[in-house]
Design a protein around this ligand. Structure first.
Ligand code: EPZ
Length: 426
C-alpha cells in the first residue's frame, strides 16, 4: 500500500527515453476479479498489475468468502464457497469500483446488498444507469440507509436495453448479470472500451455466450449460472499507463517505447501525438514516440472509446501547456476533471477554465513547485511535468498514483528520469 506520508520528488533533468513494459490494465483486472464470483472454483488471472486498487478488490472478494492469493502478477481466486452477498460501506468508499460486484452477486445469488458508492474528486459518479439497466433484467432495488438492496422476485430475464450514455461500469454490471439471465439480452449504446471486450472474452471462457464484442451492440444469450465455470485468463495491457508514458516521451522528445500494449487501443491518442508534432511507430504489441519539432497547439475532446480517453486528458493538457499557441481541451465525460489545471498553473502554465473547456496558452517552460495529485491521472501527469520543469517538483497525494500505476517511480527512473519517493517529513 502506498504510504500516506510519502511524496515524489522530481528533479527537472528533461530526460525520458528508452523502453518500458506496461502492466495489465487496472480497469480490466478489477472487473475480471468481480466476474470470478460467477464461477464456483479457482479462477486464475494473469498479468494483473501490482497496485493498491487490486488489493482492495481482493479485500472485497475475501469479505464475500473467497480465497484470494497472488504470486507476482498472477492472482488465484477461489469462489467455491462464498458466504456473503454483500459489500460494506467501508470497502465501497475505499474504492468505488467495488460496485462491479453488484452484477455478478445478483447473477450468482439472485440478490445482493452493496453500499452506494460516493462521488470522488472528478465527479458525482452516479450509478443510475447501472440500476436502470439491471432493473430491465428483472432486478428490484431498494435503498436501505445507503445500502443498495437488490433482489430478483421473478429471476433474471433477458431484455433489450439502450444505455442513455455508453457507461463503462453500467455496461459491465449489466453484462455480468445478463450472462445468466433467462433468454436473450441486447445492450445497445454499450461502452466500447477495450477493457469491456476483455471482460466479455473472459466471460465467454467461463461458458457465457456473448457476441458483438467490441461493438456498441452486445448480444448475450443467457445460460444457467451453474453452467458458468472458472477459467485462466490474461489481462490486456493498460492503455492508459501506456498513454501516460507516451505523453512523457512526447514531452521530452524521447524516444520512448511502451511494450505489451495493442496500438489499436490508442488510435485517437496516437493521432493526437502526431498532431502535436511527434513521430509515432507501432507494431502489434508496442508503440514508440519521438519528437524533434516544437510541440504544436492541439484541440482535444474527451469522449467514450474510441474517442479520446478522459484518463489521458491531464497528460495531454501538460503537452498543450508547452505547445506553440492556443489549445482547447474539452472534457465531456466527467463534470469536474480540470483540477489538474490549477496545479499546473502553480508551475507556470497559462490556462483559463470555462466550464467544460480549458483554454491552454503554450508557455516556453515550467518551473518546479510543490503540487498535489487530485486523482491518479493528474498525479501521474504532475510527475511528468516535474521531469521537464526547471528545478525540483514535490508531488503530494501520491497514494492516488499508487492506486493505479505499478512502480511508477521505478519505471520512470529506468527511462532516465531523476525521480524518487521520500518521506513527507524528510
Ligand atoms: C471507468 O469509470 C473507469 N474506472 C474510469 O477510469 C474511466 O475514466 C471511465 O470508465 C471512462 O472511461 C474503472 O474502470 C474502475 P462511466 P466508470 O460509467 O465506469 C456518468 C481511472 O482513472 N455516469 O463510463 O465510473 C459518470 O458519472 C478511472 O482509471 C452516470 O451519470 O465510468 C461519468 O460522468 C477514472 N450514471 C460518466 O457517466 C451512471 O450510471 C462516465 O462514467 C454511470 C455513469
Amino acid at each position: 500500500m502506498g504510504s500516506a506520508n510519502e511524496v515524489i520528488v522530481v528533479h527537472g533533468n528533461g530526460n525520458l527515453a528508452g523502453e518500458v513494459a506496461v502492466s495489465g490494465a487496472k480497469n480490466s483486472a478489477l472487473k475480471l476479479m468481480a466476474a470470478s464470483v460467477l464461477g464456483r472454483g479457482v479462477t486464475t488471472l494473469r498479468n494483473v498489475p501490482l497496485i493498491d486498487d487490486i488489493d482492495v478488490m481482493g479485500e472485497v472478494l475475501a469479505y464475500l468468502g473467497a480465497t484470494v492469493s497472488r504470486t507476482d502478477h498472477v492472482l488465484t481466486i477461489d469462489t467455491a464457497s462464498l458466504t456473503r452477498n454483500e459489500t460494506p460501506y467501508e470497502l465501497v468508499t475505499k474504492m468505488r469500483a467495488s460496485i462491479a460486484v453488484l452484477g455478478p452477486l445478483i447473477g450468482r445469488f439472485g440478490e445482493a446488498r452493496v453500499a452506494m458508492p460516493g462521488g470522488c474528486q472528478i465527479g458525482a459518479r452516479n450509478i443510475d444507469m447501472h440500476l436502470v439497466g439491471l432493473e430491465a433484467l428483472g432486478v428490484v432495488f431498494d435503498v436501505d440507509h445507503g445500502i443498495i438492496v437488490a433482489h430478483t422476485p421473478q429471476g433474471l430475464h433477458g431484455a433489450q436495453v439502450t444505455l442513455e450514455f455508453p457507461s463503462v461500469g453500467a455496461t459491465e454490471n449489466m453484462l455480468m448479470a445478463a450472462v445468466c439471465a433467462e433468454g436473450e439480452t441486447v445492450i445497445d449504446n454499450a461502452a466500447r472500451e477495450p477493457e469491456i471486450a476483455d471482460l466479455c472474452n473472459m466471460l465467454n471462457e467461463m461458458g457465457a455466450k456473448i457476441s458483438g464484442i467490441g461493438t456498441s451492440s452486445i448480444h448475450v444469450e443467457g445460460v444457467p449460472v451453474s453452467q458458468l465455470h472458472p477459467c485462466d485468463h490474461t489481462t490486456v495491457g493498460d492503455r492508459i499507463e501506456a498513454g501516460t508514458f507516451l505523453a512523457g516521451g512526447a514531452l521530452t522528445g524521447g524516444p520512448v517505447t511502451v511494450r505489451g500494449i495493442d496500438p489499436d487501443y490508442l488510435r485517437m491518442a496516437i493521432t493526437k501525438l502526431r498532431s502535436l508534432g511527434c513521430e509515432v511507430e507501432t507494431d502489434q504489441d508496442w508503440i514508440r514516440v519521438s519528437r524533434t519539432a516544437p510541440l504544436n497547439a492541439i484541440d482535444i475532446q474527451t469522449l467514450p472509446h474510441p474517442g479520446f480517453p478522459t484518463d489521458l486528458q491531464a497528460q495531454f493538457m501538460l503537452l498543450a501547456a508547452l505547445g506553440d499557441g492556443l489549445s482547447v481541451i474539452t472534457e465531456n465525460v466527467f463534470e469536474n476533471r480540470f483540477m489538474f489545471a490549477a496545479e499546473l498553473m502553480r508551475m507556470g502554465a497559462d490556462i483559463d477554465l470555462e466550464e467544460h473547456h480549458a483554454l491552454v496558452r503554450g508557455v516556453d517552460g515550467l518551473q518546479g513547485a510543490p503540487v498535489s495529485a487530485t486523482d491518479l491521472r493528474a498525479g501521474a501527469a504532475l510527475v511528468l511535468a516535474g521531469i521537464i520543469a526547471e528545478g525540483d517538483t514535490t508531488v503530494h497525494g501520491i497514494a492516488h498514483i499508487d492506486r493505479g500505476y505499478e512502480d511508477y517511480v521505478g519505471k520512470l527512473s529506468s527511462l532516465g528520469a531523476d525521480v524518487k519517493r521520500v518521506s513527507a517529513s524528510a
